[in-house]
Design a binder for this molecule. Structure first.
Ligand code: PLP
Length: 482
């Protein structure tokens, strides 16, 4: 089917556009009404998803039919990660204000590169960054930029670190590359996230070169070993990665101690706080982040605990000019940045950028500091509630303390030998993902397989948290009994 305006070539029929949007709105009403009760995933979702397959249409089906088909498939094949019972990985929901703003970002389709491309998007991003710095208790003098998620936030922060490191060796790495430079010393604990390592690889620093200073098989930081390693560098600059919230049990490196080391040895401290940075919002957990304001770069995520839609992350840096040194891309056809009119395209990897600031700004505008404190504390309460149930249950075993929002535990009924527990819990986990009442996976803590439900969704209630235990017991009995 041809688009109807202009007569020749592609264009938009306003009537058709609105009809499509109305269809989506009508679906949104139904979807949101059912979300709290709906299964997280349907058992036949893989097969349903495959129904989108087919050859490229020769003549299109038209706006409304295409959207109708996508909605139909989505009903059977989506994972309700925005619902209250999704506890897998660390995936946030979407607040109402963030959802509306995200729709607006597509409607207006702004290029958030800078002021010439869209004064709206550039100004909203500037304010969003200011508000986030304030929310997390980071210095107002820092710079920052929105990126697509935690991976790119780590990449961008570590790119600034790499540029700083080479300058300490008297080289502008951005212009000249690595020639003549030594290996970059990167030190961290065993809590380091795979995407921080991946970022080191993408930056040419070598994932495998990272010096993991861990005290035991949990990955906990060995501070003495890190200090000894720094001493051996004999004054050469190094990059430290502090992990504020690791994914298995929500544990933290001692950030203040890392900041002390960074100061003492003249190192760069990058902190990965993809979800852990949100601990700053509640006085109950803020001490976990003590010293984060002494870091040089901090990475975090929007699509996790901020509950804005994919994809959204942010990176904050003490010295903003390092970002422009790495990501600047001057050309005759492009504008130049000045203090009042920053060019975000020159501070992060992408030149053309979605206005993901809309949902960040809107959700902070809608709920404010107190609303976010409430969201964070509700998640902390849900985690504490589950923790208490696990601790009191004879058939469940807590595998690690739960300082934040992740509860790492395993099913351990009477009569199952220690060396059968990994297999049992993995078998339950497979069934959990098909069951659909709750959604969560496993990981390992000190070598033992356990579930690691994570609380970041604003919709989740205490009853939802209780269902985690009910489902594990229910499926556990089936597996252990069969
Ligand atoms: C999720 C996560 C990341 C990666 O973030 P993405 O948004 O998935 O790219 C990095 N570090 C930590 C600690 C995380 O939890």
């Amino acid at each position: 089917m041809a688009l109807s305006r202009p007569a020749a070539g592609p264009g938009l029929d306003p009537g058709e556009t609105v009809a499509g949007l109305e269809l989506v709105l009508e679906h949104a009403r139904r979807y949101l009404e059912a979300l709290d009760e709906a299964p997280v995933r349907r058992p036949d979702s893989d097969e349903v998803a495959r129904t989108v397959r087919g050859p490229l249409p020769e003549d299109g089906d038209g706006t409304v039919d295409a959207l109708r088909r996508l909605i139909e498939v989505s009903d059977g094949a989506r994972v309700a990660s925005t619902g209250p019972r999704f506890f897998h990985w660390v995936i946030g929901g979407v607040t109402p204000a963030a959802l509306g703003a995200d729709w607006l970002a597509s409607l207006l389709d702004q290029n958030a590169g800078g002021f010439d491309a869209s004064p709206l998007a550039a100004e909203v991003e500037t304010v969003a960054i200011r508000w986030l710095l304030d929310l997390f208790g980071l210095p107002a003098s820092w710079g920052g930029v929105l990126v697509t998620g935690g991976t790119m936030a780590n990449y961008t922060g570590l790119a600034a670190a790499r540029q700083w490191w080479a300058k300490r060796h008297g080289v502008n790495l951005d212009a000249e590359g690595f020639e003549g430079l030594p290996t970059v010393p990167v030190l961290t604990s065993g809590f380091v996230h795979v995407t921080a390592l991946k970022s080191l690889g993408m930056l040419g620093l070598g994932r495998g070169r990272t010096r993991i200073c861990e005290a035991d098989e949990t990955g906990r930081l060995d501070l003495d070993l890190m200090e000894k390693t720094l001493q051996e560098l004999d004054g050469a600059p190094a990059i430290l990665i502090g992990n504020a919230g690791e994914v298995n049990a929500g544990h933290f490196d001692p950030i203040a101690e890392l900041a002390d080391l960074a100061e003492r040895y003249g190192a760069w401290l990058h902190v990965d706080g993809a979800f852990g940075l949100f601990a700053a919002i509640s006085p109950r957990t803020q001490p976990l982040l003590e010293g984060v304001d002494r870091a040089h770069s901090v990475a975090s995520d929007g699509h996790k605990w901020l509950n804005v839609p994919f994809d959204c992350g942010f990176v904050f840096v003490r010295e903003q000019t390092l970002l422009s040194e790495v990501f600047g891309a001057g050309a005759d056809y492009l504008p130049e940045a000045d203090e009042e009119r920053p060019i975000y395209a020159f501070m992060a990897p992408e030149l053309s950028r979605r206005a993901r600031s809309f949902s960040v700004w809107a959700t902070l505008c809608a709920y404010g500091r107190s609303g976010y404190r409430e969201i964070v504390e509700r998640c902390l309460d849900n985690a504490a509630h589950l923790l208490a149930i696990v601790e009191a249950a004879p058939d469940l075993e807590l595998l690690a303390p739960a300082p934040l929002n992740v509860v790492c535990f395993r099913y351990r009924p009477d009569g199952v030998a220690e060396d059968e527990l990994d297999e049992l819990n993995l078998a339950i986990s497979e069934r959990v993902l098909k069951d659909g009442r709750v959604y969560m996976g496993t990981s390992r803590w000190a070598g033992k397989v356990g579930f690691r439900p994570t609380f970041v969704n604003w919709r989740t209630t205490a009853a939802d948290a209780e269902l985690v235990v009910e489902v594990v017991r229910d499926l556990g009995r089936t597996v252990a009994g069969g």
